[in-house]
Every structure is written in structure tokens, then in C-alpha cells.
Design a protein around this ligand. Structure first.
Ligand code: FBP
Length: 266
């Protein structure tokens, strides 16, 4: 099945998404005076020349220029805060119809397999997949195994996360990369025709981040959905340019870094 909406999300066989759902998931603690303003992130994604910007509906409604869209939009359909402890449950906060009215080219949903609430999320997710696929709209699953006794970052768990995305009908699986190259190859195999995107994770130094990305792509990931490592960077547009060098142009992290320092974008 080829979904009409896939073309925008894939360039040279690869995908780069800028994730900006952290305001709900983590709170303003992730932000500074620049990146707390959603307008600056919309501008960054527009200038960045990437495959999509991930927003929750509230931000999209107030900041995303649906009528003069310059970058594909992905609306995150569920969300939760960090305030509640215990097994995670993240339920739908936006309908597919509303996302499409906002101009969404694809939708996103976070699954927490291993949580005592996994069935609630699976059920919601599968209804979303059914509706979206009928409409030709791709679905991106953030698959974060979490809950009591779950070894979140073990290679087996990561491969399981990838497979869950395939089994439940996701077009993309956003999964963690724990640094185990052979293990990530296996995870990408487990995902089958579901495309694997590496989780960006917390901010690290440029070389560490770009090296991780290079290795994930070499192991079979088709791209990345990244937030903090780009918009917490002192020159976010340059960092996005470096990410593009690695993902679209198959460059080494060192080459990407060189290119990065040569670009005069802020
Ligand atoms: P980052 O690149 O900043 O990690 O963003 C990716 C992301 O998946 C966000 O889309 C999401 O809000 C957040 O990470 C989830 O983070 P956590 O692992 O702390 O729940």
C-alpha cells in the first residue's frame, strides 16, 4: 500500500523531522528565551528545508501558517506531561479531522509498550491508523517502551519497539538508539517496511550527536526526528544543515561539522 502523503515525508529515501512537542511532554524547562517562542521554531523548520515539523494542535493553530505552508506539518495526536508519575498513559488530545483541518500532512502518536496502560494506547493508535490510511495520511509512531521492570534501552527492547510499530500499522517508528550497531541493524530489520527514525534525545556535543546519527543511518535507520539537539543548539539552523549533510548527503560527522562551520546562517 503506497500512501499519497508519503512523498513529502521522504527525500532521497530519507526523512528529517523537527520535533517541537516538548512544551507539553517536558514543559518550559527545555526552553530558553529564543526557543520558547514557537514562531522561531516554525521559521527554523521553514528555512531548514526538511521533511516536517512536529507540533501539538494548540501551537499549530496559533503559529503554523496553514494557508502559506512552507514545510510539511505533523500533528502529534496524543500527549502527556511529566508531572504524573508511574506507568505512562498518553491519550489522544486531538482528532485526525482537526489535525487535517490544521494542514497536517501526517500525524504522530506516542506508544508506551510495557506500561500497564499499553492496551488503551494500542486501541487508540490502531483506530487512528485505520482512519489515516483510508485517507492516505502517514502515521508516525514514537515507540518508547516504559513501565515497571521494562529495560528501556536494552537492544531487545529497542528491536521489540520497532516491531510493535510494524505490527500496529505505523509507517514510521521513532525508536531509541543505544549505540549497539548490530543491535540497531536487527531493530531496523524487525521494523520491516516501517521506516525507522532515530530518537534525537537530550542535548549532547555536536560530534557525539552527529556520530550517533551516522551510525544509526548506517545500521538502517531512514532518518531522524530530532528536537533538543537542534533547537537547543546555539546555531540551530547550522545544526540542521549538519544533520542534512549526514542524512540526505551521506556525509561523515566530521564532514558535516566542517560544512556546519562554513555556513553563515545563524
Ligand atoms: P528530542 O530530540 O528532544 O529527544 O525530541 C524527541 C522527543 O521524542 C519529543 O518528540 C518528545 O517530546 C520527547 O522526545 C520525549 O522525551 P522523553 O524521552 O523524555 O519522554
Amino acid at each position: 500500500m503506497k500512501l499519497a502523503g508519503m512523498d513529502k515525508l521522504v527525500k532521497k529515501g530519507k526523512t528529517i523531522l523537527l520535533a517541537y512537542d516538548a512544551g507539553l511532554e517536558h514543559g518550559p524547562i527545555d526552553f530558553n528565551m529564543n526557543n520558547i517562542d514557537p514562531a522561531s521554531i516554525v521559521q527554523l523548520a521553514e528555512k531548514g528545508g526538511i521533511n516536517g515539523l512536529v507540533l501539538h494542535h494548540g501551537v499549530a493553530e496559533k503559529y503554523f501558517p496553514t494557508k502559506e505552508k512552507k514545510v510539511p506539518l505533523i500533528i502529534k495526536l496524543n500527549g502527556k506531561t511529566k508531572l504524573r508519575k508511574g506507568d505512562p498513559l498518553s491519550q489522544q488530545v486531538c482528532s485526525v479531522d482537526r489535525a487535517l483541518r490544521l494542514g497536517a500532512d501526517a500525524v504522530g502518536y506516542t506508544l508506551y509498550p510495557g506500561s500497564m496502560y499499553e492496551q488503551v494506547m494500542f486501541q487508540e493508535f490502531c483506530a487512528i491508523v485505520e482512519k489515516c490510511h483510508r485517507l492516505g495520511v502517514p502515521v508516525i509512531a514514537w515507540v518508547y517502551p516504559r513501565g515497571q521492570g521494562v529495560e528501556e534501552t536494552s537492544t531487545d527492547t529497542i528491536a521489540y519497539a520497532a516491531r510493535i510499530a510494524l505490527e500496529l500499522g505505523a509507517d514510521f517508528a521513532k525508536i531509541n538508539f543505544n549505540g549497539d550497531f548490530e543491535g540497531f541493524k536487527w531493530a531496523c530489520k524487525a521494523a520491516g517496511k516501517t521506516r525507522v527514525l532515530m530518537v534525537g534525545g537530550g542535548k549532547t556535543d555536536d560530534l557525539t550527536f552527529l556520530t550517533r546519527l551516522r551510525r544509526a543511518i548506517d545500521a538502517g535507520a531512514t532518518g531522524i526526528a530530532v528536537g533538543r539537539n537542534v533547537w537547543q543548539h546555539e546555531t540551530p539552523l547550522k545544526m540542521l544543515a549538519a544533520v542534512k549533510e549526514v542524512v540526505y548527503n551521506d556525509k561523515s560527522p566530521e564532514e558535516a561539522l566542517k560544512k556546519l562551520s562554513a555556513i553563515s546562517a545563524p
